[in-house]
Design a protein around this ligand. Structure first.
Ligand SMILES: [Zn+2]
Length: 92
């Protein structure tokens, strides 16, 4: 666990945020797409809205023609929520 993060980055918070964003359509839920992992560039994370720092790994995913970026933790949470929510609300 990284204690340098704020309370907003707690696991439970991220799961709630992912559920909310996936169910209201802000975030896609297609974990089968290709993922690029690389160095952060300071771009905002598509889940928590915090910048992905240059010392962090950035996960970039192309979903439906759009690029989304995640922190390592956010990507993991997103993948888990995709599996859960994707089963309930399949993509058409
Ligand atoms: Zn994030």
């Amino acid at each position: 666990m990284d204690f340098g993060r704020t309370l907003m980055h707690t696991e439970i918070f991220l799961h709630q945020l992912a559920q909310e964003r996936i169910s209201n359509g802000d975030l896609r839920h297609d974990p089968r797409t290709k993922v690029w992992a690389g160095k952060g560039t300071g771009a905002l994370c598509s889940l928590c809205d915090e910048p992905i720092g240059v010392n962090e790994i950035e996960y970039e995913i192309s979903v439906g023609g759009e690029s989304v970026r995640f922190h390592n933790d956010c990507h993991r949470v997103w993948m888990m929520e995709c599996a859960e929510i994707g089963a309930k609300f399949p993509n058409d």
